[in-house]
Design a protein around this ligand. Structure first.
Ligand SMILES: C[S@@+](CC[C@H](N)C(=O)[O-])C[C@H]1O[C@@H](n2cnc3c(N)ncnc32)[C@H](O)[C@@H]1O
Length: 252
């Protein structure tokens, strides 16, 4: 795809020389992050920190597609970034509608362009704005799954200790659950791999379990997903690169 970015702050880095020094490690990972990187993927500098690598995005998309109740036919990616997850949802073919919400207009431009590279731009409805406002438009519908890969608030989550989800910036786990649960009880959150599981377990409905899956590359967990609601993982075979476990529910 020959199209070039038309705005400052959006980049199509096809050459190591131009790549910012402080992001260098991502240059070496570019094809792990986007298998079609060389076809002209657009990124902002910030988006390198948060984009979901394609193999993980595809695995998550498969898991949600298979485990969500069949009457859930719409998925909203509330923090779409440059499109990593939304593209995977659209490619899965499972959803009647995929919505991608992103508040930063430049990041959103990248998401639209990247979706075009993957041939799914017409299968995603893009909304630029605040997800907490935009989801209000969907109130009253009961066929929705909300997916959220929120900002984690810097690189603190990289420390060895347990990550306190009440301090996650700018949105704590509690804020996300409270706001999203007004629209749907089927919520999937992509969180730091060292997130506090006790905090997560509090969001299980009484007597129910919450599924937590670690997504791994080369044997190391990159992140985890929390599945809140009636996702059905029963009968699922153990898969390479995924470790999952149900957490016992307590009242929230
Ligand atoms: C971790 S990144 C998401 C990455 C995405 N999953 C991907 O693969 O590209 C989080 C994104 O959420 C956006 N964001 C933060 N607050 C938001 C809000 N209230 N509504 C919509 N987007 C928001 C940020 O601009 C950022 O692009």
């Amino acid at each position: 795809m020959g199209e070039k970015p038309d705005e400052q702050g959006i980049h199509q880095w096809l050459d190591a020389e131009q790549f910012p020094e402080h992001l260098k490690k991502y240059w070496f990972q570019r094809f792990k992050i986007w298998q079609r990187y060389h076809e002209g993927i657009w990124m902002t500098e910030d988006s390198w920190f948060g984009v979901t690598p394609e193999p993980i995005a595809n695995k998550i998309a498969t898991h949600i597609a298979e485990s969500a109740p069949k009457d859930k036919t719409v998925i909203i990616d509330a923090f779409a970034g440059v499109g990593g997850n939304a593209i995977a949802f659209a490619r899965s073919g499972r959803w009647e509608q995929v919505f991608a919400v992103e508040k930063d207009p430049k990041t959103m431009k990248c998401a639209k362009h990247n979706a075009e590279i993957y041939g799914v731009d017409k299968k995603i409805v893009f909304h630029t704005g605040d997800c907490f406002d935009i989801i209000k438009r969907f109130m009253g519908k009961n066929n929705i799954v909300i997916f959220g890969s929120p900002p984690w608030g810097g690189t603190e989550y990289n420390a060895d200790n347990v990550f306190d989800l009440s301090t996650m910036q700018p949105y704590s786990l509690d804020t996300l659950c409270k706001k999203f649960s007004k629209l749907s009880k089927h919520i999937v959150l992509y969180l730091p791999r060292n997130s506090d599981l006790n905090q997560i377990a509090r969001y299980a409905s009484e007597g129910k379990k919450v599924e937590v899956a670690h997504y791994c590359i080369l044997g190391a967990s990159k992140a985890l997903c929390v599945y809140l609601g009636d996702f059905n993982f029963e009968g699922e075979a153990e898969e390479e690169g995924v470790v999952s476990a149900p957490l016992e529910g307590q009242s929230a």
